[in-house]
Design a protein around this ligand. Structure first.
Ligand code: PEP
Ligand code: CO
Length: 450
């Protein structure tokens, strides 16, 4: 692929999953506004994550990526943002204990507003309207007005991404993220919870406090590195006009970056090798990820890797496999082996969520906790057996006490789902289920060290 690239060269490729705007002049006007607004992240931060992913590829770091299936404008509030950050900090603490590796924390946050859908339209009681495509495109409510793709929502999405990021940055830099005080990250219900997960977490925090006191006594000085954390953002870069408006040339003259997020990814539905998304992604300098499901063909995978990382740069490409518990054993090994044969550098990450979505008898979408854990365990084992390495997990989770996935230490059943089912799209792990997954990852990584 030697054709020249520009931030808009994707426009001559088929672009799947893009909304149709009734007023294209208004769209252009909004995009022009966004394209001169300040970027949300910097190229230096992006390069820093790039280096971290290269470390993870060498086995020195581990990627923890998580957040909502879709952020919503309504939930751009103090509590949901802070509790998601707390949860990711708690999880990374659990994982670092088992792995003894640096944890790269990447939120599905500050821009996860555009969603791919399996159908263009939705019909309710004989009325057919455009489908909901995420808050940055239209609204969930089932009315003609709400479902109209509205360019002003792109501005609202940009602004809410900035608000979210501002809060997350302040929390990760200041006293909040200080490892000396992990009690700051306690979620209300962790204090209340009598469950075994919470007890395990409390004992981990206690050993951590002891370890820090020990090190600081020996060094006779405090350790400033423990006072802040790195926290990165990611989202599915689905809406190409929006992503293009935030794609800017580096002031260092080293090419274009998507400055709307640190680590954009391509979803399973838009990863076509000749499609617009792959074309857009091939020219930006961010570390990028691609979701791959069981239908991915081997030659397609190799072509995709070639397009996205022709020079095989370390840190550039992450493959997020989301096979499903029942398909991971048959589909994944051949993909790993093909990448090894081609001698390509990738970071392998497991998304144990998206291949395990099922419908309950009441038509609610859910995921079984056991399927999620099984897919993770199987993925660790498959990588090990192939002489490869699982370098991260990609999870849909929330710090809220929701009931969307069934199972876990509290044994949530289908009949509990009605208690606090809040997602408009995919079911997320609640704080306790997510922490339990973190302990599972931790013990897998700990076993690998031995
Ligand atoms: C998602 O991450 O919410 C998603 C739609 O995933 P996938 O592209 O893997 O289906
Ligand atoms: Co999802």
């Amino acid at each position: 692929m030697t054709q020249s690239w520009s931030p808009t060269s994707w426009k001559s490729h088929p672009a799947a999953q893009q909304p149709t705007y009734p007023d294209s002049a208004e769209l252009t006007q909004v995009l022009n506004q966004i394209s001169v607004m300040p970027p949300l992240v910097t190229s230096w931060e992006i390069d820093h994550l790039h280096t971290g992913i290269a470390e993870a590829q060498r086995g020195e770091a581990w990627l923890l990526q998580g957040g909502d299936c879709a952020e919503t404008f309504d939930q751009c509030q103090t509590e949901p943002i802070a509790s998601k950050l707390k949860l990711l900090l708690q999880m990374s603490l659990a994982i670092v204990f088992g792995s003894r590796k640096r944890i790269l924390r990447v939120g599905r946050m500050a821009g996860q507003y555009a969603k791919p859908r399996s159908s263009e339209t939705e019909t309710q009681n004989g009325v057919t309207l455009p489908c909901y495509r995420g808050d940055i495109v239209n609204r969930f409510e089932f009315t003609e007005e709400a479902r109209r793709a509205n360019p002003q929502l792109l501005l609202r999405g940009y602004e809410r991404s900035a608000l979210t990021l501002n809060f997350v940055r302040a929390l990760s830099e200041g006293g909040f993220a200080d490892l000396h005080y992990p009690e700051n990250w306690n979620l209300l219900f962790v204090d209340e919870a009598k469950g075994e997960v919470a007890a395990r977490y409390r004992s981990l925090v206690k050993s951590l406090a002891d370890a820090i006191r020990f090190v600081e006594t020996i060094l006779r000085e405090p350790t400033p590195e423990l006072k802040r954390v790195d926290f990165f953002t990611s989202h599915e870069a689905l809406h190409l006009d929006y992503e293009t408006a935030l794609t800017r040339p580096s002031i260092r003259g080293i090419g274009y970056y998507n400055l709307g997020t640190h680590m954009p990814w391509i979803g399973e539905r838009t990863r076509s090798v000749n499609g617009a998304h792959v074309e857009y992604f091939r020219g930006i300098r961010n570390p990028v990820a691609v979701k791959i499901g069981p239908s991915m063909q081997i030659d397609e995978l190799l072509e995709l890797i070639q397009r996205l990382n022709p020079e095989d740069k370390p840190g550039r490409l992450t493959l997020i496999h989301r096979m499903g518990r029942n398909k991971v054993e048959s589909a994944l090994p051949a993909m790993i082996e093909a990448v090894q044969r081609a001698n390509k550098t990738v970071l392998w990450v497991c998304d144990p969520m998206h291949g395990n979505t099922v419908s309950t008898t009441h038509g609610r979408k859910t995921r079984r906790f056991d399927d999620i854990v099984d897919e993770l365990r199987l993925s660790f084992a498959i990588h090990r057996a192939c002489g490869s390495m699982l370098g991260g997990a990609h999870l849909e989770l929330t710090g809220e006490n929701v009931t969307e996935c069934v199972g876990g230490s509290r044994g949530l059943t289908e009949s509990d789902l009605g208690v606090a089912y809040q997602t408009q799209l995919d079911p997320r792990l609640n704080f306790e289920q997510a922490l339990e997954i973190a302990f599972e990852i931790s013990s897998q990584l700990s076993a690998q060290r031995i």
